[in-house]
Every structure is written in C-alpha cells, then in structure tokens.
Design a protein around this ligand. Structure first.
Ligand code: 13P
Length: 210
C-alpha cells in the first residue's frame, strides 16, 4: 500500500473507532510502519478528526520528520515495533472496558481476560500482560513494554488502557476492537461461573489461525 493510501485508511479507521465510542476526546494514538519509517497520529489530536497531511511521519529511527508533533506515546509504539519485527501497526486506546480490566486489583497479571470466545484468542492471543502504571508519555515505560511485547501481541497498561499490535493497520484496529468486546464480556461475567475455552480449544485456534 502506498503511503497516501495508508494515511487515508488511518484517517478512516480512526474516525470509525471514534464514532463508535472506542475513543473519546483526544485519547488514543495509532501508528503504522512504512518502508521508510512510521506514521503516527499527532499529540492531542482527536481520532475522530485526523487530517491526512497532518499525520506525523517519523524516520526509521523514530525521529520526527514531517507533519504535526507525534503522540507523546512514541516510546510505547517503539517498544512494540522493536520487540515484534512483524508488527505493522500499533493501536493504543482508552476504551472503557479494557481500561476497566486494567484497573482491577485482583486481575491475573499475564492473562487478565479468560479465553471466553474464539475471536479474542485469534486476534489478541493467549496472553495479555499487564504493564505496571506509568504516567502517560513517560519514556520509562518502554523497557517494560518491550519485554512483554516479545511474547504478546497486546498488553494492558495498568490504570490506563490497552496497546495492541497487528500485521496490518486494519488487523491492529480489529484486534483492539475485539479486545474491548472481550473485556466487556469479562466485566459482564464477573462473579459468574463461566465456561471458558479449554486449553486444547485454545491450542486448536492458535494452530489454525496463528
Ligand atoms: P497523545 O495525544 O500524545 O497521543 O496522547 C493520548 C493518549 O492516549 C495518552 O495515553
């Protein structure tokens, strides 16, 4: 995909996330890997009102080269790209239910959402490590996210929200949506006895869908 098309797709998918309430205000940021660097949503920009030409461009070393000033979470995105060479896009949201799970004091630190549905396993994976709390934009979060992202497609930032990677921009957005819906189910079902997918059902999904 050419850069201009990628910019337009980013504008469309971000607006769709915003329109459906996955992002509010200026929360959230999205990046995409290009042949010669990265696109990143500008800091303090609403995902509902991105302008294609104003999206920040970074070189391969994550230096800002054009467009508006990039998200202050550039370290969070860099951690994923460096830990996961196949990742083509990273989506960070403050989506309500995933953020609710990130605030649970008794959450499992490696798999806070049980494998309730196949699409959660297929799009997000078997683990969703919780990263300890850092102030938004704090570069100190980078090593912790990097270490977790080596073995996980997505993480939850404690008391902050999800960060999801994918093999394309569209896949990363779909995974972020699937994670939010899985978190909604997990919160709805809290206190209920659930029938989770069994380890062999989970392994079957991983084997068939990767
Ligand atoms: P930016 O506006 O700098 O992208 O920050 C928004 C956000 O979601 C912080 O976590």
């Amino acid at each position: 995909m050419q850069e201009a098309e990628t910019r337009d797709l980013l504008v469309r998918l971000a607006a769709s996330l915003f329109a459906r309430g996955y992002a509010v205000g200026s929360a959230g940021n999205i990046s995409v890997r290009l042949a010669d660097g990265f696109l990143m949503t500008p800091t303090n920009a609403s995902l509902g009102a991105l302008v294609s030409e104003r999206i920040a461009k970074l070189d391969r070393g994550f230096n800002h080269v054009s467009g508006d000033r990039p998200s202050k979470e550039v370290f969070m995105h860099r951690a994923f790209y460096q830990a996961r060479p196949a990742a083509q896009s990273v989506v960070h949201l403050h989506s309500t239910m995933a953020t609710a799970v990130s605030c649970l004091a008794d959450a499992d630190p490696v798999a806070p959402i049980a494998p309730l549905t196949p699409y959660f396993v297929m799009r997000v994976g078997k683990t969703l490590p919780i990263i300890p709390y850092y102030r938004p934009g704090d570069p100190a979060m980078e090593p912790a996210i990097h270490a977790a992202a080596i073995g996980a497609r997505a993480v939850l930032l404690a008391n902050h929200g999800p960060v999801v990677s994918g093999p394309s921009l569209t896949d990363a957005v779909y995974a972020a949506e699937e994670l939010e819906e899985a978190a909604r189910l997990a919160i709805l079902l809290r206190g209920h006895v659930t029938r989770n997918l069994s380890p062999s059902q989970v392994d079957d999904l991983v084997e068939v869908f990767g």
